[in-house]
Write a protein of this length. Structure first.
Length: 87
C-alpha cells in the first residue's frame, strides 16, 4: 500500500522549507550588510583624508593671502611716500 503525506506532514515540510529559506535570506542580508559597512568605512576614511588635505590647502591659501595683504599694504605706504616726495 502506498503511503500518502498527511496534512501535518505537509505542514512540517513547508515549515522546514520556509525556515531554511528565511535562514538563507538572513545570511545573505547579513553578508550584504557587512560588505556595505566595509564600503562605508572605506568611504569615510577617504573623506577624512580629503578633509585633512582640504584643511591644509586652506591654511596655505590663508598664509599666502596674509603675505599678499602685507605686501600690498607696504606697497601702498611706499606709493604714498613717493607721492609726498614728488609734491
Amino acid at each position: 500500500m502506498a503511503e500518502y503525506a498527511t496534512k501535518e506532514d505537509m505542514k512540517e515540510i513547508v515549515v522546514e522549507v520556509v525556515n531554511k529559506a528565511v535562514d538563507d535570506l538572513s545570511d545573505v542580508i547579513s553578508s550584504f550588510a557587512s560588505q556595505v559597512d566595509r564600503r562605508f568605512n572605506d568611504v569615510e576614511a577617504g573623506l577624512d583624508k580629503l578633509e585633512k588635505s582640504h584643511d591644509k590647502l586652506l591654511s596655505t591659501i590663508d598664509s599666502f593671502l596674509r603675505r599678499l595683504d602685507a605686501i600690498e599694504t607696504e606697497q601702498l605706504a611706499c606709493d604714498r611716500q613717493f607721492e609726498k616726495l614728488l609734491a
